[in-house]
Design a binder for this molecule. Structure first.
Ligand code: HEM
Ligand SMILES: *[C@@H]1O[C@H](CO)[C@@H](O)[C@H](O)[C@H]1NC(C)=O
Ligand SMILES: *[C@@H]1O[C@H](CO)[C@@H](O)[C@H](O)[C@H]1NC(C)=O
Ligand SMILES: *[C@@H]1O[C@H](CO)[C@@H](O)[C@H](O)[C@H]1NC(C)=O
Length: 559
C-alpha cells in the first residue's frame, strides 16, 4: 500500500504554534462567510494565522489554508451541476402525488441491519449539512460546518460551543438525573428549537445542545447523549492522567479524540454498508491501512453538496421505523414508542428505564428496508403535533429538491456515466420497467423526473445501499469529506496523533461507545448488524476492544 506524503508538513511546527494555553485559551474570532472579507484578525487584533491552529475551529474556518472559509458554517452548498441548469418548468406532478404513487406504505425490514444503521446515518447527515430556511435566491446556504467534526455535539460556531461547555475540567455541561448525565434543558424551548412544547402535557422540555435538531426524535437524542457522555468520560481520564492540563487543553484533546472515533466509525463501519467496502477502497475513500493516511488535498472541497443533502443522503429516510422498540436485557420487547408521538419530545428517554431499553432497541430492532417502501409514520403522520394526520416526509424531500433547483435525474445520470435518456424507456437500464411506467404516467418528459425520485427507484449497485446515481453522488461527497479535511484523524504530523495513538483510535466501535455510555453489560461487536452467533456474537462489554487513553499521558520531554 502506498501513500502520498504531501507537503502538508509545511506546518511543521514552530514553538510559536498556538496550543491551548493555560490559563487562558487563545481568543480567536471565528469568521464565517459574511464576515471574513472584512477582517482576518483575531479578537486581539493580531493577524489570524490559520496554520498555527492546532485544533479545528467550531465553524470550520481555517481548515483549508488556501481558502479558509471553505466548508464553514453558513456557506453555500457546493453543487455538481449549477442551480437551475436543465430545469424546464413544464408542469410537474405535485410532490404529494409522486410520493403517494411511488413511496408506498409497506413495512419491510432490512434483513441483518439494526436501527442503529439508520440512526447513525441521520447523525452524520446533521454533522455535514443543515439547510437554512427559507430558501432565498438560487444558491442555498447550509448552517452546519461541512466537516465531519461532531458539530451536533460541539456546535457549529464558537458561541454554540461556549454555550454547551462547562469551562471546568474540559467538560461539557450536564445535569445528572437518576445517576446519569443528560444535557441541560432548554429554558424556554420553541418550535424553532425543534421542540414541540406546544402540546406539552407534563412540562417536558428539550435539550440545550450544539444542534437543536438532536431534539427531533428520541433515538437521535440518545446517540447525541452517548457522544456527549463519551466526551466527558475521555475528559475525566485525560485530566487524571495530566493533572496540570487546563480546561481548554483537556477540552480540545478530548474533542479531538472524540471526533477521531466518530470519523473512524462513520468511514470504516457505517459507510462500507452504504457504499460497499471494496468500492470505497478502490476510490481511496478508505484505506486498508495500519499506518498513517496522508493524502490530504487542499484543492478538494469538503463543502456539503446540495445534491447530497437535498437528495442522495435523504434516500435513507426509507430506513426509518415507525415504532421504536423498548427491549430489555433478556432481549424481550417490553413496548414501543410511536415515533410521530415523540417528534420534538426527546425527554421521554429519561422516563424510568427508557434510555437503557431504547439503546438495546437500537441494536436489536431491524431497520426498515432501503427501498421505495416507507413506514406510514413518516409518509402520513410526521409532525402531526397532536392531530390525527401529519405530513409526508418524502413529499417534503421532493419539494425541497425543486426549491433548491436541483437539476433533474437525467442530468445526474449523464454526470455519473450513464446514458442520458431520450425517452422514458431508456431509464430501464437501471430502473425496474414497472416503475419506469409509473414515472411515464406521472411526468411529461424524462427530463422532468426529479433527482430525489429517479435516484430512489434505481436498482442498487450490488453490495451497496444505493443505485448508481446516488452511489456516485455519495462517493463524491464522502471522498471530499475525508480528503478535504486537513484535520482528518489518520494524518501524520502535529495535527494528527502518534502512530500508537492512531492504532488505539482504530479500535473504536459504536458498540463499545454504547457500552461505556449507556450502561450496557453486553452487546454484539458490530452494532450496525444484528447479532449472529458466528460473525457478530453478543459479547461482554469488557471483552470489546477499547481505546487505551494512557497513551495520552504527556511525558516530560514533550511538555
Ligand atoms: C427518525 C429519523 C428521521 C427523521 C424523523 C428525519 C426527518 C427529517 C426532516 C424533517 C428533515 C428536514 C426536511 C426539510 O424540511 O427539508 C430532514 C432532513 C434531512 N435528513 Fe432526515 N430524518 C430522519 C433520518 C434521516 C436519516 C437516517 C438520514 C440519512 C442517513 C437523513 C438524512 C437527512 C438529510 C441529508 C437531510 C437534509 C439536511 C440538510 O438540511 O442539508 N435523515 N430529515
Ligand atoms: C394529483 O392527483 C390527483 C388525484 O389523482 C389529481 O386529481 C391531480 O390532478 C393530480 N395533480 C397533479 C398536479 O398531478
Ligand atoms: C429544526 O429542524 C429542521 C430540520 O429538521 C432544521 O432545518 C432546522 O434548522 C432546525 N431548527 C434549528 C433552530 O436548528
Ligand atoms: C424482560 O421482559 C420479559 C417479558 O416482559 C420478562 O419476562 C423478563 O423478566 C424481563 N427481563 C428483565 C431482565 O427484566
Amino acid at each position: 500500500m502506498e501513500y502520498k506524503h504531501l507537503p502538508l508538513i509545511v506546518l511543521v511546527l514552530t514553538p510559536a504554534l498556538v496550543v491551548a494555553q493555560c490559563p487562558f485559551a487563545p481568543k480567536f474570532k471565528e469568521i464565517g462567510r459574511e464576515q471574513h472579507q472584512e477582517s482576518d484578525k483575531s479578537e486581539s487584533g493580531e493577524e489570524l494565522d490559520c496554520s498555527k491552529l492546532l485544533y479545528r475551529t467550531y465553524n470550520g474556518y481555517c481548515n483549508n489554508l488556501k481558502k479558509p472559509d471553505r466548508g464553514t458554517t453558513n456557506s453555500y452548498y457546493a453543487r455538481l451541476i449549477p442551480a437551475g441548469e436543465y430545469r424546464k418548468e413544464s408542469t410537474l406532478p405535485t410532490a404529494a402525488n409522486v410520493s403517494k404513487k411511488l413511496y408506498i406504505d409497506i413495512s419491510i425490514t432490512e434483513k441483518d441491519y439494526t436501527l442503529a444503521s439508520m440512526q447513525y446515518g441521520q447523525f452524520i447527515a446533521h454533522d455535514i449539512s443543515n439547510r437554512m430556511m427559507p430558501a432565498n435566491g438560487i444558491r442555498q446556504i447550509t448552517k452546519a460546518s461541512s466537516y465531519l467534526d461532531l458539530s451536533p455535539i460541539y456546535g457549529n460556531d464558537k458561541e454554540a460551543a461556549d454555550s454547551v461547555r462547562l469551562f471546568k475540567g474540559g467538560l461539557l455541561k450536564t445535569e445528572t438525573k437518576h445517576g446519569q448525565e443528560f444535557p441541560e434543558s432548554l429554558k424556554k424551548p420553541t418550535v424553532e428549537d425543534n421542540c414541540s412544547d406546544v402540546r406539552d402535557p407534563d412540562g417536558e422540555s428539550c435539550y440545550a445542545v450544539g444542534d437543536t435538531r438532536s431534539n427531533q426524535n428520541p433515538q437521535l437524542a440518545l446517540i447525541h447523549i452517548v457522544w456527549m457522555r463519551e466526551h466527558n468520560r475521555i475528559a475525566r481520564v485525560l485530566s487524571s492522567l495530566n493533572p496540570e492540563w487546563c480546561d481548554e487543553k483537556v477540552f480540545q484533546e478530548a474533542r479531538k479524540i472524540n471526533i477521531a472515533q466518530h470519523q473512524h466509525i462513520a468511514f470504516y463501519q457505517y459507510l462500507p454498508i452504504v457504499l460497499g467496502k471494496q468500492k470505497m477502497i478502490e476510490k481511496k475513500i478508505i484505506y486498508d491501512a495500519d499506518g498513517y493516511v496522508d493524502d490530504y488535498d487542499e484543492n478538494a472541497d469538503a463543502t456539503a453538496l446540495d445534491e447530497h443533502g437535498t437528495a442522495a443522503f435523504r434516500y435513507y429516510h426509507t430506513q426509518i421505523a415507525g415504532h421504536l422498540k423498548l427491549i430489555n436485557d433478556t432481549q424481550h420487547s417490553t413496548g414501543a414508542l410511536r415515533i410521530s408521538d415523540y417528534i420534538g419530545r426527546p425527554q421521554i428517554i429519561e422516563k424510568s428505564d427508557n434510555f437503557h431499553l431504547l439503546t438495546i432497541g437500537l441494536t436489536l430492532q431491524e431497520a426498515m428496508g432501503v427501498d421505495r417502501y416507507h413506514d406510514e409514520e413518516i409518509t402520513k403522520y410526521m409532525f402531526k403535533e397532536g392531530h390525527e394526520f401529519g405530513e409526508d416526509l418524502k413529499a417534503i424531500d421532493i419539494r425541497r429538491g425543486r426549491e433548491h433547483l436541483l437539476a433533474p435525474y437525467n442530468a445526474y445520470r449523464k454526470l455519473c456515466g450513464m446514458k442520458q435518456a431520450q425517452e422514458f424507456s431508456d431509464f430501464k437500464d437501471v430502473i425496474d420497467p414497472e416503475l419506469v411506467n409509473s414515472l411515464n404516467g406521472l411526468y411529461h418528459h424524462p427530463d422532468d423526473v426529479d433527482l430525489t425520485v429517479g435516484g430512489s427507484l434505481e436498482t442498487h449497485v450490488p453490495g451497496t445501499w444505493a443505485g448508481p446515481t446516488f452511489h456516485c453522488i455519495l462517493m463524491k461527497q464522502f471522498y471530499n469529506t475525508r480528503v478535504g479535511d486537513r484535520y482528518w484523524y489518520e494524518h501524520s504530523g502535529e495535527l494528527g496523533f502518534t502512530l500508537e495513538q492512531l492504532k488505539e483510535i482504530r479500535k473504536s466501535s459504536l458498540a463499545k461507545i454504547m457500552c461505556e455510555n449507556a450502561k450496557l453489560s453486553k452487546i454484539q461487536k458490530d452494532a450496525f448488524y444484528l447479532p449472529d452467533s458466528e460473525n457478530n456474537p453478543v459479547t461482554d462489554c469488557e471483552q470489546l476492544p477499547s481505546v487505551n487513553l494512557n497513551l495520552w499521558k504527556e511525558t516530560k520531554s514533550e511538555a
